[in-house]
Design a protein around this ligand. Structure first.
Ligand SMILES: Nc1ncnc2c1ncn2[C@@H]1O[C@H](COP(=O)(O)OS(=O)(=O)O)[C@@H](OP(=O)(O)O)[C@H]1O
Ligand SMILES: Nc1ncnc2c1ncn2[C@@H]1O[C@H](COP(=O)(O)OP(=O)(O)O)[C@@H](O)[C@H]1O
Length: 280
């Protein structure tokens, strides 16, 4: 059983924003946890090193978004106090049956100009042709609305990814195949989005395209402006990009002569097919 615990008010824990969120997997061991109960939970967090914690906290909700039948307790999530998860009888599995597909998140990461949007569009088209519903959350587009208050400084990029991760999670829960394409330069943010979803439902696609190729394309002239010092903090120039080491799909292009976005999207479709996401 996969569980997600979210309790920023964990007693005795402070000093790291990462500790506000944890997830764990019971593997094949049955865990008889009741929603609303108070448990002693051992959490092992693996980032660069393994951090072992003994946490006394409440189980707030299950990873599938259900608080279970006994949902009389009130929770504190972030700054929201006295809130309670409301459960409806129509569940993700029902919606998936209706759509004949499984909800998931395809997370496309890579430098500006690496082809994220092109692959996202090609993928969405190919899925549409097969009668599968998808929706694209493109970083550039989301910054026109939901995230218009965010800049490109580090903490705003973190918030950008967190919000899109949360929205993508909702789309996946609705049964959609959500395609998120953002630079998402930090590994820890992508890992946090992965942890929001049930195991397997976050599919990371790495546009493994070197800076020189992206800069050679420069369709918006942004690299030129960044090189000229007219844009500060541009990813790949004077701002970091942390490549994934464990992406589910790697789409490589080392030269100017790449395979087409459609061919690249085909690899993602094959992955979805193989893992059973294109059927209920
Ligand atoms: N400083 C800086 N660094 C990187 N990119 C910049 C910057 N300023 C503007 N842009 C444009 O914003 C697009 C990236 O937005 P994202 O939301 O995907 O970025 S991030 O994930 O928050 O890093 C990106 O679009 P793509 O080229 O589609 O990646 C750029 O057009
Ligand atoms: N596989 C590809 N081969 C050649 N050019 C590509 C490929 N994918 C995208 N491009 C071109 O590269 C530029 C950037 O593509 P885009 O999808 O907007 O990237 P991103 O969303 O990562 O910024 C565009 O001009 C696009 O036509």
């Amino acid at each position: 059983m996969n569980l997600i615990g979210v309790n920023p008010a964990l007693p005795g824990i402070s000093g790291s924003k990462k500790l506000g969120f944890f997830s764990f997997n019971g593997g094949n061991q049955p865990i008889n946890l009741k929603p609303g109960g108070v448990y002693q939970i051992k959490v092992a967090m693996e980032e660069k090193q393994t951090l072992k914690l003994d946490v006394q906290g409440k189980v707030d909700r299950f990873a599938n978004g259900h608080a279970g039948k006994n949902h009389s307790h009130l929770s504190t999530i972030g700054n929201s106090t006295n809130i309670k998860w409301h459960v409806c009888p129509v569940e993700k599995t029902d919606r998936q049956k209706l759509l004949q597909q499984r909800g998931c998140v395809i997370w496309i990461t890579g430098l500006s100009g690496s082809g994220k949007s092109s692959v996202a569009c090609a993928l969405s088209q190919m899925l549409y042709q097969r009668g599968k519903l998808s929706y694209i959350l493109d970083g550039d587009n989301v910054r026109h609305g939901l995230n218009r208050d965010l800049s490109f400084k580090a903490e705003d990029r973190v918030e950008n990814i967190r919000r899109v991760g949360e929205v993508a999670k909702l789309f996946a829960d609705s049964g959609f195949i959500c395609i998120a394409c953002l630079i998402s330069p930090y590994k820890s943010d992508r890992a946090a989005c992965r942890a929001m979803l049930p195991t397997g439902d976050f599919i990371e696609v790495f546009m493994d395209v070197p800076l020189r190729v992206c800069e050679g394309r420069d369709p918006k002239g942004l690299y030129k402006l960044a090189r000229a010092g007219k844009i500060k903090g541009f990813t790949g120039i004077d701002d970091p990009y942390e490549s994934p080491l464990d992406a589910e799909v790697v789409l490589q292009c080392n030269t100017g002569d790449c395979s087409t976005p459609r061919d690249m999207a085909e690899k993602v479709v094959s992955y979805l097919e193989e893992k059973g996401y294109l059927q209920a």
